[in-house]
Design a protein around this ligand. Structure first.
Ligand code: PSU
Ligand code: MN
Length: 305
């Protein structure tokens, strides 16, 4: 069931730094063909910063850890007859049992990374509590996963399509530390300050690696959210993007989109309606998260030789 690419297995066995990367952002998070270009570019950033990238997806029912270029292209190319399934925790057994192709969300990527022995994972934004989540109970399985699976997740916070305040409340309840990398503000993906604070600010990869090691040595299972704001030169203004988010939310409501479809629907509406503005920012922040994750992975590999 678990197919770890030989170069990743070798890297892990010899304690070299490895960074896990998700695939739902390739298949459901960004438009084709920028999605493929970005996925390959993010891998290059991990390599340039001294770590080995392992993009994760389910291919023909196998959990593949360390996709090849062809496999990334396969997951990223729309195929209406055999769509790539968005896989969170509850979907993994189905995709494996029926030998489907699927892209892993943050939750499913954490599960697969832990199975492979990878401790650090870079993504764009996590799922969270949706707006009106207090009545719909639409709360991403990413949050629950962060409470149980031992992987550090580097992201740029959460998009304001979500209720960021309630997302942070749930993370607190679940015992997930939220660390700001060189900031005390929790970022809102496209812009650097959601208006909410992180729990703790840490300024170096060494300090973050130390916190991860201590959490797990204490037997406090679960992940840590490491929030790295979008680089200043690529950040959008809140007012530039807020209108697009409101518009996307209204369109989702009037089309009655629900369940696992809602996040991909909102992401594609925002990408379409922003005319490339959001995409550039999206690509820049994922690459910067890959850079930070690689540095943390490198430090972890020296702290745990
Ligand atoms: N948020 C983004 N970009 C993404 C996602 C979320 O800004 O690509 C993807 C991630 O894979 C995340 C998933 O794990 O959507 C969350 O989906 P849901 O809300 O259905 O749990
Ligand atoms: Mn949901």
């Amino acid at each position: 069931m678990l197919a770890i690419a030989p170069h990743i297995a070798h890297a892990l066995a010899s304690h070299q730094p490895v960074v896990a990367l998700e695939s739902t952002l390739i298949s459901h998070g960004m438009p084709y063909p920028s999605n493929i270009e970005t996925a390959l570019g993010v891998e290059d950033v991990v390599r340039a910063n001294g770590a080995i990238p392992a993009t994760i997806a389910v291919i023909a029912g196998k959990i593949c850890v360390g996709l090849s270029k062809d496999e990334i292209e396969h997951i990223g190319t729309p195929n209406p007859r055999h769509p790539v399934i968005k896989l969170s925790r509850r979907d993994l057994p189905y995709a494996i049992a029926t030998q489907k192709n699927g892209a892993t969300t943050v939750a499913a990527t954490m599960i697969c990374a832990q199975k492979a022995g990878i401790q650090i994972f870079a993504t764009g934004g996590i799922g969270g509590v949706h707006r009106h989540g207090e009545s719909t109970l639409d709360i991403s399985a990413d949050l629950q996963e962060l409470s149980r699976t031992n992987v550090g997740v580097v992201c740029s916070g959460a998009k304001a399509i979500l209720d960021i305040g309630r997302t942070l409340e749930v993370l607190e309840t679940l015992g997930v530390p939220v660390i700001g990398f060189q900031t005390n503000q929790f970022p809102a993906f496209y812009y650097r300050d959601s208006g909410y604070k992180v729990d703790f600010q840490l300024d170096t990869p060494e300090e973050i690696a130390r916190l991860l090691n201590i959490k797990w040595q204490l037997g406090l299972n679960g992940g840590v959210l490491i929030a790295n704001p979008v680089p200043i030169k690529n950040a959008l203004l809140r007012e530039d993007i807020e209108e697009l988010i409101t518009q996307a939310l209204q369109e989702a409501e009037s089309s009655g989109v629900k369940g696992k479809e809602i996040t991909p629907y909102l992401l594609s509406k925002i990408a379409q309606n922003s005319g490339g503005l959001s995409l550039k920012c999206n690509i820049a922040l994922i690459k910067d998260n890959a850079r930070v994750a690689a540095k943390i992975a490198k430090t972890l590999s020296t702290q745990n030789p």
